[in-house]
Every structure is written in structure tokens, then in C-alpha cells.
Design a protein around this ligand. Structure first.
Ligand code: GDD
Ligand code: MG
Length: 358
């Protein structure tokens, strides 16, 4: 079987709470990463693999997706949208698109994973093992935030343990599955279902064959500010692959219409959005600056996300922070270690400091 015979489903209905306040105004998969909505990197990867029929399972701000991607023709694929009026969870979201599925083999993606995994190899494992479901797996240093998926010596999945404190293996669910279509039809409909906590454990309990396929490529869930910043930086620098970006990439990315004053330093895979302004001697290291933001002279931004239209005053310091759309950060403010500023909030000059040497 080739990828052309496979349909893709992408789950994009989560609320993205860990990326608030940015996800109050836009769904997580639509936040810009290296100048494009995150989802466009994933769609390009699916298209590059030869899959041209994609269904998006939406629950939160569905119109934003449709307004941007339309019928998919600009990306050379067909995109349809199936909406959940109440969020149905990951399993319920997959079941909810069942009526749009015609292919016998369906690839399901979490909509927030940046990866270079080989989709053909996953389909090949699914085919040759004859499994009912095949899970892409990946090894991570700390599996506690993920689904831990032990396998036997043939690669067959023996258990699925979602986010436990004592995971049995560092092999985790990478958020990309191949399903036999009939298995999707068996998921209960019309109610919330978790694919991780309910569907996979029940399939295993009833003796269904779930196969694991370990991939060693690039992999990152973009769901937290730290991972979002890191993934964006990796895309800018070419460490993370994306068919939507040119092959030769550099240390930073400045979009059209943006202004960077002389003496400003942009390193660490920083990205500057359209129409943004970076002042003289500002220092951006691993910074994600959304469209229209202004960073004034001498400000320092490290590993932080600066929302649409934010103004960062002169000599302010933002390190490991998230600044919501339209906020104003006064001159010399210091925001460190996970600080989050809500949209539209104004911090006066010198209004927040983390150190006593004022
Ligand atoms: N349609 C729909 N409806 N989509 C949903 C819903 C829903 O009710 N809830 C979540 N999603 C989507 C999210 O938008 C996201 O793309 C995907 O499902 C996964 O949700 P996350 O909230 O990002 O889950 P996670 O990162 O905590 O954990 C999942 O991903 C890990 C890998 O990145 C699990 O699948 C873990 O087992 C896995 O290891
Ligand atoms: Mg996630």
C-alpha cells in the first residue's frame, strides 16, 4: 500500500491551556512558528509523504483553520473540517470524523507535534505486521508527561500508560497513529472519549493487535512555552525539518516588513514577525517575536514568546516568558522564569523587577 491510499486525520481541537495567554486568541496549531502557522508545517509534511486527503477534527475556534487553509488547494491537498460542538476528547474526535473516511487505512496526527518521522516507514510497519493499529513511538529522557508504551521483542504493544509518575519505559506515544478504519467505527460515538486512556487500553484488553514503530528522527510536542520556543528555534536553524521552509536556513529569521536597527543582535534561532520593529542594541536570543511587535533599544529577550503587537520598552529584560497580544512592557522591567503577561496589560516603566539592584 502506498501513502496515496491513506487518509489523514489531524486533531486540532485542544484548548492549548499550557500556552495561555497566546491560545486565548488563536488555537495552538495556528500560532506562528518560523513565520507560518504551526499546522502548515505538519500539513506540508503530510503532503510531501504523498497523502492528499486530510480531515481536520476541530472543537475550539474552528473558523480560524478554515479561513486560513480553505479547501487545501494552495497546499495541493484536499482539506475537510469536521467540528465538535462540545469537545469530544482525542478518541471522540477521531470517532467524530468517521463518516468522512473512505480509505481502509487512516493516519491520525496530534496537531501539535513537530517531527521529521518517516511516515512511509510507519505505514510499512502497519502493513507488514497486519496490526489493527500502529503507534509511532519515540524515546525521551523524561516520559512522565507522555503516554508510555512498552512493547515485546516483536514490537507489539503490551500496555499503554498515559502520563503516569512511574512509566515502565522511556518509549512514548509520539502522537501519530495508523488505524484500520473499522477500529475507528468501533469507538463509542456521541460522548467524550480519550484515545490514550480508554481506546488503546481497551483494544489491548480485548486482544486487538497494536504494533509499535520506533522512530529516531526529530520529535517535539509544541504544547508548552519551553517546547514552543525550542521547536521554533530548531525550525529557524534547520535542526527541525519542514518541507514548508527553504532548505538553507540561518541563525535567525526576519520576515518582510520587519525592521531591525543597527547594532541589534539576533541569535539562537530568533524569529521576527512581519512588521515588527527591533531597536538599536536589542539582544534577541531564541526569541519568538510575533507580527507587529516592537522591541525598543537595548531590550533583551531570551527564550520567550512575544505576542502580536506587544511593545517591549527600552532595556527591559524578558527571559523564559510569554507576553500576550498587545501588552505593553515598560522600560527596564524584568520578567523572568515563566512569567506570563495577559493580553493588553500595561506594566509601567520599571514596574516589575526581579533583582534588588535598582
Ligand atoms: N478534535 C479534538 N477534540 N482534538 C483534541 C481534543 C478534543 O476534544 N482534545 C485535544 N485535542 C487535540 C489537541 O489539539 C492536540 O493536537 C492533540 O489532540 C493532543 O492533545 P494535547 O493536549 O496536546 O495532548 P498531550 O500533548 O498532553 O498528550 C498527547 O500527546 C503526546 C505526544 O505529544 C497524548 O497523545 C500523549 O500520549 C502523547 O505522548
Ligand atoms: Mg501535545
Amino acid at each position: 500500500m502506498s501513502a496515496r491510499d491513506v487518509q489523514a486525520v489531524i486533531l486540532v481541537g485542544g484548548k492549548g491551556t499550557r500556552l495561555r495567554p497566546l491560545t486565548l486568541s488563536a488555537p495552538k496549531p495556528m500560532l506562528p512558528v518560523a513565520g507560518l502557522p504551526f499546522l502548515q508545517h505538519l500539513l506540508s509534511r503530510i503532503a510531501a509523504a504523498g497523502i492528499n486527503d486530510v480531515v481536520l477534527g476541530t472543537a475550539f475556534q474552528p473558523q480560524v483553520f478554515e479561513d486560513y487553509f480553505g479547501d487545501g488547494s494552495k497546499l495541493g491537498i484536499k482539506i475537510r473540517y469536521v467540528h465538535e460542538t462540545e469537545p469530544l476528547g482525542t478518541g471522540g474526535g477521531i470517532r467524530n470524523v468517521y463518516d468522512s473516511l473512505t480509505a481502509d487505512t487512516v493516519m491520525v496526527f496530534n496537531g501539535d507535534v513537530l517531527s521529521g518521522a518517516d511516515l512511509d516507514a510507519l505505514i510499512e510497519t502497519h502493513d507488514s505486521s497486519g496490526a489493527d493499529v500502529t503507534l509511532q513511538l519515540f524515546r525521551v529522557a523524561d516520559p512522565r508527561a507522555f503516554g508510555s508504551v512498552p512493547t515485546d521483542e516483536t514490537g507489539r504493544v503490551t500496555a499503554f500508560l498515559e502520563k503516569t509518575q512511574d512509566p515502565p519505559t522511556d518509549q512514548i506515544n509520539a502522537g501519530c497513529y495508523v488505524f484500520k478504519r473499522s477500529i475507528i467505527g468501533d469507538i463509542p460515538s456521541g460522548r467524550e472519549v480519550s484515545v490514550e486512556r480508554e481506546v488503546f487500553p481497551q483494544l489491548l484488553a480485548s486482544g486487538k493487535h497494536i504494533q509499535g514503530h520506533v522512530d529516531n528522527g526529530y520529535w517535539r510536542d509544541m504544547g508548552t512555552p519551553e517546547d514552543f520556543v525550542r521547536g521554533s528555534s530548531d525550525l529557524v536553524r534547520g535542526i527541525a525539518p519542514s518541507p514548508a521552509l527553504p532548505g538553507d536556513r540561518g541563525e535567525s529569521l526576519v520576515h518582510e516588513g520587519a525592521g531591525v536597527a543597527p547594532g541589534a543582535l539576533l541569535i539562537g534561532g530568533s524569529v521576527v514577525g512581519r512588521g515588527a520593529e527591533i531597536g538599536a542594541r536589542a539582544r534577541l536570543d531564541g526569541a519568538v517575536i510575533f507580527d507587529g511587535a516592537v522591541v525598543e533599544a537595548g531590550a533583551v529577550i531570551e527564550r520567550s514568546i512575544i505576542g502580536f503587537g506587544v511593545r517591549v520598552g527600552p532595556r527591559a529584560l524578558i527571559r523564559d516568558g510569554v507576553i500576550g497580544d498587545g501588552a505593553e512592557i515598560g522600560a527596564r522591567c524584568e520578567l523572568l522564569r515563566g512569567a506570563r503577561v495577559w493580553p493588553g496589560v500595561t506594566l509601567p516603566d520599571g514596574g516589575v523587577r526581579f533583582s534588588s539592584d535598582v
